[in-house]
Design a binder for this molecule. Structure first.
Ligand code: SF4
Length: 404
């Protein structure tokens, strides 16, 4: 099937990375200046970032920093985030070059790693010990339902993930706040996956991101001088399946980078058949990335995929029960209209997808407020959509509001 949508595979071509001047490579100037970090570092592009690194330091999302109380601010229609997302940090940053990602290597030409935007927000750097101390005071009543360590492509990524995980579980019972690992398979072995399990991780996910091998190669492999391989990601995904077991592993997928709706939903089905889950992101042109000139995923396409993915992941509907048009777009969800209508009105299908928290299995702890859209045109709802939101969603789906 081919697609001639505005975000078809032909249209979604990343820019090529430019050459980085030698004195900016590998965080050289940050290391040379060697400014010692002093507590929390708030991203500031006009300042030379201090020399911070994991495992002593991690970066955390603005939403997590606000919820933790180490940064002021408010989030549109959200009180807090339920997931404490941590990101490993180094002056030389991630060594991969994924085209849609704000953390990619090519950005070292103009922005220190600790100052780079990622999924639309800044990531303050904070001493890990400080984070653990705050949460350990009362884990049972913490606003966080889950903690997640995001690995990046770096030679120390595995070892530092183990250390950060140990630091956490030494003081915080993973039964009170479970831990997820968002892995970077390129540098990982099966033993590394096993070790995260042995150290107390609950869920292991693979940031596959691309829905097909072609999109993968173009956006995070050879196409952009990045080291990742589709086959290696699947190898680690299979290891996670064996080691973590059913419902305890999954993959991240970005929707709208040139794949068809059929292709991405077929992948969702494959993951469900293996016993895992898919966590979805709507493509958004991240500023400074190699795809920042390309269109965000059209809302109608995103809503159809969100709804169909929810049906496959949580309602036992199979992709082969659904019908697709010749551009691969969903035209029938494979269940009676009245049932579909009830599921749309429940709104859960349109919330951010990710690892579960303490509410229920199909409600993600990881709500990533406005990580894939501006608040004015929400893609993944970081809260329960209200009536007015459902009305908007139905319009985007082109499914009329039901008249009782
Ligand atoms: S490996 Fe992850 S963090 Fe690094 S550039 Fe790719 S998507 Fe970004």
């Amino acid at each position: 099937m081919s697609c001639i949508e505005p975000n078809s595979s032909i249209a979604m071509e990343p820019r090529l990375p430019e050459k980085t001047p030698v004195d900016r490579r590998n965080g050289k100037h940050v290391k040379a200046n060697d400014i010692p970090p002093q507590g929390v570092y708030l991203p500031n592009n006009n300042y030379l970032a201090p020399h911070m690194q994991s495992p002593e330091y991690v970066q955390l999302s603005n939403a997590a920093a606000i919820t933790l109380g180490i940064m002021g601010g408010r989030m549109h229609r959200c009180e807090c985030t339920r997931c404490l997302n941590l990101l490993l940090t180094y002056p030389e940053g991630c060594r991969a070059n994924c085209a849609y990602c704000g953390l990619a290597r090519h950005r070292e030409a103009d922005r220190d790693y600790a100052d780079r935007n990622f999924i639309r927000v800044d990531w303050p750097a904070v001493p890990m010990a400080e984070i653990v101390d705050i949460v350990a005071k009362d884990p049972d009543n913490s606003p966080f339902h889950r903690m997640c360590i995001s690995m990046i492509t770096h030679p120390r990524s595995e070892q530092d993930t183990f250390t950060v995980l140990e630091q956490w579980t030494d003081k915080i019972d993973p039964g009170a706040i479970p831990v997820s690992i968002l892995s970077n398979p390129t540098t990982m072995t099966r033993e590394d996956v096993q070790r995260t399990r042995d150290l107390g991780a609950d869920i292991f996910t693979v940031a596959l991101d691309a829905a097909t091998p072609e999109v993968f190669d173009r956006t995070r492999g050879k196409g952009v001088q990045s080291p990742h391989k589709w086959s290696k990601y699947w190898e680690i995904l299979q290891d996670a399946k064996d080691i973590f077991g059913p419902q305890k592993f999954g993959a991240h997928i970005i929707v709208g980078m040139g794949e068809t709706e059929y292709e991405v939903l077929n992948l969702v089905q494959e993951l469900v058949d293996l016993g895992g889950h898919s966590h979805m992101f709507c493509f958004f042109p991240e500023q400074g990335s190699l795809m920042d000139h390309l269109p965000a995923t059209p809302r109608d396409q995103w809503r159809r995929v969100q709804l169909a993915r929810y049906l496959i992941d949580y309602r036992g509907v199979r992709v082969d029960q659904m019908q697709f048009d010749d551009l691969g777009r969903v035209k029938n969800y494979g269940i009676p209209d009245s049932e579909l209508s009830t599921i749309i009105d429940e709104g859960i299908a349109f919330r951010t997808s990710g690892c579960p928290g303490k509410f229920q299995d199909d409600i993600s702890a990881c709500d990533r407020p406005y990580g894939d859209s501006p608040p004015s045109d929400i893609a993944s709802y970081p809260f329960q959509p209200k009536k007015k939101d459902i009305k908007k969603i139905r319009k985007q789906l082109d499914i009329p509001v039901r008249v009782e």
